[in-house]
Design a protein around this ligand. Sequence first.
Ligand code: GUN
Ligand code: FE
Length: 451
Amino acid sequence: LAIEGSGFTSQSRDEVRYFERALFLIDEHGMIQSVLQSDDEQYDAEKTQAQERGIYQAIAEGSYLLPGFIDLHVHAPQWAQDGTGLDEPLEVWLGKYTFPTESKFSDETYAHMVYGDLVSRMLSTGTTTASYYATVDRQGSLVLAQEANRLGQRALVGKVVMDDKEANPDYYRDASAQAAVRETERFINEVAELNEHSAQGIYPVITPRFIPSCSDEALRGLGELAARYQDYAYIQTHCSESDWEHGYAYERYGRSDTQMLREFGLFTERSILAHSVYPSEEDMRVFAETGAIAVHCPLSNAFFAGAVAPIRRFMDAGMHVALGSDISGGYNPDLYGAIRQAVTSSRMLETGVNRDAPAGERGVANSALTLNNAFYLATAGGGESLGLPIGRLEAGYAWDAQVVDAKYPSARLPIFGEAEPASDIFQKIVNLVVPENIRTVWVQGREVVNK
Ligand code: GUN
Ligand code: FE
């Protein structure tokens, strides 16, 4: 594949780079072999050769390439209840909305329908990699892995563990700690088998829902699995999600959930920790030392935490940070929404929202994220966090990309044809795009959306 076009990619946390009419040469494994600029010597020869071989594709004038987005926290079954229930606090919402919804996914026909719909929707808005929670039911969870694989999305998929008999309803929980660990191990192996036939990668994830749902025995058993399958299984859970959840760990153990997850062997460089709103300085050191990932879910945090995670401080402390939609604790299924929310939330953290306090004493200095920062989290930051060559349009990375149509008048973005700085076009795209503007999406060199 050879693709010629203009677009944007993160250069660093703070900088986005514009490239104009670059020629991307993509090999048979869907990896970017090289990127030629129009003044490169071989540019014309490579282009002509690609045209002759029928593998050349030009991105239209007024359309732009962006890297595919990486959404590291999605509850796939909750797509069926998306947009509802958010007036309730987390601990009520789980029992009233979420457990009844998730319990339906042992019906595989239903699972195929909802999961297929969500994966297509996410792909069509540019999300090329996602980390998913499925449900307690192993076979229903496997349907999610199959749907992602069939539709061509790179996916990390976990069977949810919630075995505690007191914390969980009888109609929706693991039968026992041993059963939870056994089913998780079986799931890991089934997904690993599926991955052998996958071009883009389908990875198993050890997924204790969060400490309040799980017995110590289950957490210990999952920690042992994490050690045994450390080469290809990831780990995900919720961490320091709200005052209630953060306080729960202190009450049960006298320590934070970060410290306890580490003790159970569940805090490694392959751990994907959703929310992480309240880590202490010591907890932040655990993140930085292990290389674990804090997944920022700004919309969901506004509801369940009523708080803003200090992402700039996390990055300065050397933590890996990525972005998540948290469907359906956050209702927006596209990562453009999460990018925008990350920026707006961070600005309110910086300046403060209590207008009765004197100006200058309302907020937390140095908290604001720029649009470039948030775009980095959705792309290169996610890729670096996972340790996978994704999230950048550069040689050595997978060809995971989206084409955004920004042409007046069809795209309905306020770009009126006069020469505008590329950085303004970038900002208009990231702030204003609607799903209809995203025309083509590739994952690992395979075209998965064309509209
Ligand atoms: N904490 C435990 N389970 C959940 C969930 O399903 N969604 C969110 N946002 N937080 C959780
Ligand atoms: Fe969540």
